[in-house]
Design a binder for this molecule. Structure first.
Ligand SMILES: [Ca+2]
Length: 380
C-alpha cells in the first residue's frame, strides 16, 4: 500500500504459532504458493506482492509481507504460517476500490458445474488507520486474465469479472479461518483476491494459507435411480469423510434404509461445503407367476408337443427335471425352452403320468422351486 499507515520505527520479534488444522483432503489446491512462502527477493517496502512467486498485482499496490522485512510494524501483528503473507487495502473512496492480487490458474482452471471449497486465513491490522474493517475477502475470477496494474478501482470493475465468493467481514485482528463453497457459471483461468467492495469504507486485510479445491462430484453420490422388490430393504449409503448428514425426513445417519418407492435425498456438510444428491426409488412386484400345464401330447402334430412351464416375470437359473412314476429322472435341462419332447434318450416315453420339478431365481434373488404331475398322451 502506498499510504503507509504504519510506523517502521519499531522492530518486533514474533512468536510463530503454528496452528495446524486437520482438514479433509478433497483434491489438489488450485492456488500455488498459497502461503506466500516462496519469493524471489524478500520485500523491503510495501506494494511488492510480485516478489511472491506466482502472484501478480492486479490492482496496485498490494503488499507482500514477510518477517524478513525489517520494517515490521506491530500494527500488522503476527504472520499466520511461515514467514510470508499478503495484504490489500481499500481506501474508502466512492468507487470502493481495492488493492488486489491474482494468479493464473489456467493449468488447472475452475470449471462450471463443479462445487469448489475455499478456505483461507485472514485478519485486519491491530490498530491504526485501517483497523476498523467493514467487509470480507473477495474472490473474483476471470476467463481471460485481466489487465494488470490498474489503480484506484475494484476488481469488480475489470472486464470479465465474476464474483465467486466473499468471506464474512474480517473484524478481528487475530488470524481467523474463513471457509465456504462456490460454483462458477464460466471457466475461470485467473483468480483475484481483494477486499470486498465497500463504498466509503477504508479497510485493510491480510491473508495467508489459501486453499481452493474441487469437491469431486464422483466422491459423493447416492448412486443411480433404482428399483426394489416389494418387501425388500435397500440401504442408501451417503458415507463421506468427516461429514454430517440430513436426509429428506431430517434423520442424520450416514445410511438410510429404503423400504418403499419414493424420492430420497440427503444433504451432507463437509469441510464447510454442502453437497446434495437425490435418487428415485421405484417398487417392483418381483414374485414371478408360474403356469405349468398338466397335460401334453408329443405326437409331432405341432400342437402341445413340448412340456415347459410359463414364467411371467424376470428369472434366472432355470432348471427343469422330469421323473417317471418310480422317481427315475428321464430328462433334465437348464432351460425352459423348448422343454421336454416326451422322449427318454431319444426314445418316445409311453403314455402315463410323470412328475416334474422346476427351479429358478426370481428378480428379487429368491430361488423358487415347484413340482407337480403331468399326463403324457400320444393322441390329442
Ligand atoms: Ca504464510
Amino acid at each position: 500500500m502506498e499510504k503507509n499507515p504504519f510506523s517502521c520505527a519499531v522492530l518486533v520479534k514474533f512468536c510463530l504459532c503454528s496452528l495446524l488444522l486437520t482438514l479433509p483432503l478433497y483434491g489438489q489446491n488450485l492456488v500455488s504458493n498459497s502461503s506466500f512462502e516462496s519469493y524471489s527477493t524478500a520485500p523491503d517496502d510495501q506494494g511488492q506482492i510480485t516478489r511472491a512467486t506466482g502472484w501478480e498485482e492486479v490492482v496496485v499496490s498490494a503488499d507482500y509481507m514477510n518477517t524478513t522485512y525489517a520494517c515490521w510494524s506491530p500494527e500488522i501483528g503476527g504472520v499466520y504460517s511461515g514467514t510470508g503473507f499478503a495484504g490489500f487495502a481499500s481506501y474508502g473512496d466512492p468507487g470502493g476500490s481495492s488493492e488486489a492480487i491474482g494468479q493464473d490458474i489456467s493449468a488447472n482452471p475452475i470449471l462450471p458445474g463443479i462445487t469448489y471449497s475455499i478456505r483461507l486465513h485472514a485478519k485486519k491490522s491491530h490498530s491504526g488507520f485501517y483497523s476498523a474493517n467493514c467487509g470480507g475477502v473477495e474472490l473474483t475470477g476471470f476467463n481471460i486474465p485481466p489487465v494488470l496494474g490498474s489503480l484506484g478501482i475494484h476488481p469488480e470493475s475489470l472486464a470479465g469479472c465474476n464474483v465467486l465468493w466473499i468471506s464474512p467481514p474480517v473484524f478481528d485482528s487475530i488470524w481467523g479461518y474463513y471457509s465456504g463453497c462456490f460454483q462458477s457459471t464460466t471457466p475461470i483461468n485467473y483468480i483475484v483476491f481483494s477486499t470486498e467492495k465497500n463504498i466509503n469504507c477504508p479497510q485493510y486485510i491480510f491473508i495467508d494459507s489459501l486453499e481452493i479445491k474441487a469437491q469431486s462430484a464422483s466422491s459423493f453420490t447416492l448412486g443411480n435411480d433404482t428399483s426394489i422388490c416389494t418387501g425388500q430393504t435397500f440401504l442408501l449409503d451417503a458415507t463421506y469423510l468427516g461429514a454430517t448428514y440430513v436426509w429428506q425426513d431430517n434423520s442424520t445417519n450416514p445410511t438410510y434404509p429404503v423400504t418403499q418407492a419414493g424420492t430420497y435425498f440427503v444433504t451432507i456438510s463437509a469441510g464447510g461445503c454442502q453437497l446434495k444428491d437425490t435418487v428415485q426409488i421405484t417398487e417392483l412386484n418381483c414374485s414371478a407367476t408360474v403356469i405349468v400345464p398338466n397335460v401334453f401330447t408329443p405326437n409331432g402334430d405341432g400342437a402341445n408337443d413340448f412340456f415347459y412351464p410359463i414364467i411371467v416375470g424376470e428369472y434366472t437359473n432355470p432348471e427343469l427335471i422330469i421323473y417317471n412314476r418310480w422317481g427315475e429322472p428321464l430328462f433334465q435341462d437348464d432351460s425352459f425352452t423348448p422343454g421336454w419332447d416326451g422322449k427318454t434318450n431319444g426314445v418316445e416315453s409311453p403314455e402315463g403320468v410323470y412328475y416334474w420339478v422346476i427351479k429358478f431365481t426370481d428378480s428379487s434373488g429368491v430361488t423358487i422351486e415347484k413340482s407337480g404331475n403331468l399326463s403324457l398322451f400320444r393322441t390329442p
